[in-house]
Design a protein around this ligand. Structure first.
Ligand code: HEM
Ligand SMILES: *[C@@H]1O[C@H](CO)[C@@H](O)[C@H](O)[C@H]1NC(C)=O
Ligand SMILES: *[C@@H]1O[C@H](CO)[C@@H](O)[C@H](O)[C@H]1NC(C)=O
Ligand SMILES: *[C@@H]1O[C@H](CO)[C@@H](O)[C@H](O)[C@H]1NC(C)=O
Length: 498
């Protein structure tokens, strides 16, 4: 118990110091919910993760442009208007992420998502070629094959009153990232580990939210003493073993020199004569050249496995729900596919994907309404003027993508699914629509994500008609690092042609 007391005294002095030493007039002027003495807003967030999600929406509604929160000594600025989002994203030179990302650090470490400064630049440079158009073209057939498998698996659901889509979709996205970027197939024995991997990612999310809500667990040594901290360690061990499994399999394969994933590009106009490698092979190659070490490889594999399956999985679930609930849009997608493929069930090529204009609008609209990454953070590293306020350097700033993309001064009928809005010139500010973020730290996998979503959605719509079960109005969200519905999303599958 002694450490609790010592800690309490320590915390109190930090709070007092923060109160008197760190006071900044510019920041004080920014509106925000009034806190209580010393702990400020820190205790307001001790609600269940569902309430917390809606609490943030109500704050965004109350403060139209930006507001501040004080979690004890921690000052956080919350922004959800396009002008200030532009200032922050294009104005921060070091592009380092906000304090919440520190809690993901035990997992993703110095991977691309979390690192900053020279380390980030170096990694981004190594990894950018993996998502070059020429590489993506090679992934096309893998994604096509996995989409076909997804369609086959859904066959057993035809005639059922409702289908929990998430299990099918997450299998599809996890297999897809493993077989493309990692060049490793999840065989039956690993696919069980794969299932536990998905559950672990989920569990980790809840633990991260739990910790963010409790300011006193912010110091790592305190967190490691809590039961949540111990649970997190268990989960991380499991995630680690899955990652090592993926890497070791690829290493073995490469050493055997059989079936290497070296992608030879004759028409490569960027680095002529150089062989192009899938991501993990490229990393293993870089390791041989001494540019990256084994730890670095692990970090990137963790980062891409997570970012590469959970985001697209979430987007696809909502897209399924939206198409089921908007039969006119769904029929337009079906008609577009019919125009491309006719009665044939031939596979979709890169060229075909390019013709799926209307489907693309539907996907863009789905991730406007339901951005899988619902908020991001940045650390402001120089003084900025946001609206009429002077914001000092050093402040952590959260950007609420969810609220930004539903602003009624930017979008006509912002709560409605209207894919047609993407068929015409945007009426909104360029920084009002940011599902993949923007600037130097935007999503490196966005083209891959689009491709994967087009493949799977077109394959499913070609075979099935989706009927609504879960309605958009029924969806209840929980706060997490990825936009998550509390309950499964259900859709009904029927054959399109009988
Ligand atoms: C619909 C799908 C996706 C969405 C909505 C999405 C969204 C985002 C967003 C908003 C960021 C910025 C995060 C931040 O600033 O903290 C980001 C970064 C990132 N994304 Fe995605 N993403 C998607 C799919 C993917 C896929 C498929 C991959 C991998 C193949 C991927 C890999 C990454 C990586 C590595 C970063 C960090 C980039 C950097 O900081 O340099 N994402 N993504
Ligand atoms: C931030 O950027 C400046 C100039 O680009 C650089 O001198 C400084 O070292 C950077 N700081 C960090 C922490 O990366
Ligand atoms: C729906 O599927 C997900 C993913 O497999 C699973 O975790 C969840 O328990 C399922 N929910 C129900 C009610 O079946
Ligand atoms: C590598 O080669 C060895 C011996 O030829 C074989 O036993 C092993 O299964 C191979 N591994 C892979 C992943 O192909």
């Amino acid at each position: 118990m002694l450490w609790v007391l010592v800690y309490a005294v320590l915390v109190l002095s930090v709070l007092l110091c923060a109160k008197w030493c760190l006071k900044h007039d510019g920041f004080e002027k920014i509106p925000g919910p009034k806190g209580v003495l010393l702990v400020e807003n820190a205790l307001e967030f001790l609600m269940d993760p569902v309430k917390l999600f809606y609490y943030f929406r109500s704050l965004a509604n109350q403060y139209k442009h930006l507001f501040k929160l004080k979690l004890g000594p921690k000052m956080v600025l919350i922004v959800h208007n396009p002008e200030d989002v532009e200032t922050i994203i294009s104005g921060v030179s070091n592009s380092s992420k906000g304090f919440l990302y520190r809690f993901i650090k035990p997992w993703l470490q110095e991977g691309l998502l979390l690192s900053d400064g020279p380390k980030w630049q170096h990694r981004r440079k190594i990894l950018t070629p993996t998502f070059h158009f020429n590489i993506l073209r090679h992934f096309c057939s893998v994604l096509e094959e996995n989409s076909r498998k997804l369609v086959e698996q859904l066959e057993s659901e035809v005639g059922m009153p409702k289908t929990n889509v998430s299990s099918y979709i997450i299998d599809f996205t996890l297999n897809s990232i493993c077989e493309t970027a990692m060049g490793t197939k999840l065989d039956p024995e690993t696919s069980d580990v794969g299932k536990r991997y998905k559950d672990s990612v989920h569990k980790l999310g809840t633990l991260l939210v739990h910790r963010s809500q409790r300011v006193w667990t912010y110091p790592d040594w305190v967190f490691s003493l809590t039961s949540a901290g111990r649970k997190q360690k268990e989960v991380l061990d499991l995630l680690g073993s899955f990652r090592d499994n993926v890497i070791n399999k690829r290493r073995e394969n490469n050493n055997n020199n059989s079936q290497t994933f070296i992608l030879d590009d004759k028409d490569d106009d960027i680095t002529p004569g150089k062989k192009k490698l899938a991501m993990l092979d490229l990393l293993l190659q870089a390791e041989k050249e001494g540019i990256i070490d084994a730890k670095g490889i692990g970090e990137e594999v963790d980062t891409f496995m997570f970012e590469g399956h959970d985001t697209t999985g979430t987007a696809l679930q909502f897209a399924f729900m939206l198409l089921a609930n908007n039969p006119e849009s769904q029929e337009k997608v079906a008609a577009e596919c019919y125009e491309i493929f006719g009665d044939s069930d031939r596979e979709a090529t890169m060229n075909d994907l390019g013709k799926m204009k209307y489907l693309e609008c539907c996907i863009k609209e789905a991730i406007r309404l339901y951005p899988p990454v619902a908020f991001i953070m940045r650390k402001i590293d120089k003084n900025l003027k946001l609206k009429q306020y002077e914001v000092p350097a050093g402040i952590d700033c959260a950007i609420l993508i969810y609220d930004l993309q539903r602003r009624n001064d930017q979008f006509v009928e912002p709560q409605q699914f209207r894919p047609e809005r993407f068929l015409v010139e945007p009426t909104w500010h360029p920084y009002a629509y940011l599902p993949f973020s923007a600037g130097p730290r935007n999503c490196i996998g966005q083209k891959f994500a689009m491709m994967e979503m087009k493949h799977s959605l077109s394959a499913v719509i070609r075979r099935y008609r989706l009927r609504p079960v879960t309605r958009p109005a029924d969806v209840v969200f929980v706060t997490d690092f990825i936009l998550r519905p509390r309950d499964p999303i259900y859709v009904q599958f029927q054959h399109r042609f009988t």
